[in-house]
Design a protein around this ligand. Structure first.
Ligand code: ACO
Length: 324
């Protein structure tokens, strides 16, 4: 018998406020045409002033629990990926734990920026495989709008706020060939590239939270290379090829990055789940938001081969290959 982590429910939450490209073009020197052509983004959601990352996370978590048909008492661990925690500490995951009414188990945050959800999924999967947890809530939640320089057109048009969550549960299985759940995880980082994408503040380096700074074209180049290589690594590890992929659910940074990645893998664009047009880049939230959308609308079906991959600041990058 092998113990695997199976996704038993997904949920998502987007703030009500929609900010279109046209609205942005009224405050910075940009245009709907430029943003669409370079990124594929049409609009993004922005959290209300009184909405914190934990508020978005709690809404997504509740939906995931409903979809899984279980209550918060069944959860024994929360792993929350975020780069925009409510406060420096405590971990935003503990705020979610309290808001859900959970008084047992453990909760902590994982920080790997746009790759955060893949890191969180890997951590949760290890807890389950080792028998240290049975049912884990894995959340990606961000309020990136709070760390954007709204006068910098090269970055402020790219990001949005939101949250997504999945519930992972252990499943003992015998049949190796038909094994469901997370089949493998692949994590990487290379800290030499920290200056390509970072926030110029933080508790140990300055008095301020800071704002996001980015060398866009450098990030673009590395994103395609690293996302393709980690997908190839995940496929090889499972003796699969790109034609075995039912759904690629990538981190949603830029439609051109998604198209280029699919092209290099010779994967049909129909197999790529795309939300960047409506959500923009929601960092650690983008993959669970996309997973949630594609599982709720019936595209992702039980038994499908689903591959998620991401690349983000650090640089960090990674992939998870799942038989749904
Ligand atoms: N509106 C209008 N013009 C703009 C804007 C804007 N919002 N932003 C930049 N420009 C201008 C630049 O000033 C430049 O003008 P110039 O030629 O007069 O100097 C011109 O457009 C071209 O700028 P580039 O930076 O070369 O444009 P590029 O084609 O590289 O597109 C972009 C920029 C969209 C940022 C692209 O590099 C990109 O997507 N990079 C990846 C960044 C990313 O996704 N980061 C997210 C975090 S990491 C991750 O999630 C993978």
């Amino acid at each position: 018998m092998t113990r695997q982590s199976v996704v038993i429910g997904c949920g998502s939450y987007l703030p009500d406020r929609i900010v279109t490209n046209e609205e942005l073009a009224r405050s910075v020197d940009t245009s709907d045409d430029w943003i669409r052509k370079r990124t594929g983004i049409r609009e993004r959601r922005i959290a209300a002033d009184d909405q914190k990352t934990s508020d978005l996370a709690v809404n997504a978590a509740k939906e995931a629990l409903r979809a899984a048909g279980i209550g918060p008492d069944n959860i024994d661990l929360i792993v929350l990926a975020t780069t925009t925690p409510d406060e420096t500490f405590p971990a935003t995951a503990t705020r979610v734990q309290a808001a859900l009414g959970m008084t047992k188990g453990a909760a902590f945050d994982v920080q790997a920026v746009c790759t955060g959800f893949i890191y969180a999924l890997n951590v949760a999967d290890n807890f389950i495989r080792l028998g240290q947890a049975n049912t884990v809530l894995v959340i990606g939640a961000e309020t990136f709008s709070r760390i954007l320089d709204w006068e910098d057109r090269t970055t402020c048009v790219l990001f949005g706020d939101g949250a997504g969550a999945v519930v992972l549960q252990s499943l003992e299985q015998e049949n190796e060939r038909e094994m469901r759940g997370i089949l493998s995880n692949h994590l990487h980082s290379d800290g030499r590239y920290k200056d390509c994408l970072y926030v110029d503040g933080g508790p140990s380096s300055s008095k301020f939270v800071g704002k996001l700074r980015m060398k866009g074209s450098e990030v673009f180049r590395h994103a395609v290379t690293n996302m393709v290589s980690v997908l190839e690594e995940a496929l090889k590890c499972n003796n699969l090829s790109a034609k075995d992929i039912d759904w690629l659910v990538p981190h949603q940074a830029n439609k051109r990055i998604l198209d280029r990645t699919a092209q290099k893998l010779k994967l049909s664009p129909d197999k790529v789940v795309v939300t960047v047009d409506r959500h923009a880049n929601t960092s650690a939230a983008s993959i669970p938001l996309a997973l949630s959308e594609a599982s709720m609308d019936g595209r992702i079906q039980k038994g499908d081969i689903v591959v998620t991959d991401a690349m983000g600041s650090g640089f960090t990058w990674g992939a998870s290959l799942i038989r749904w």
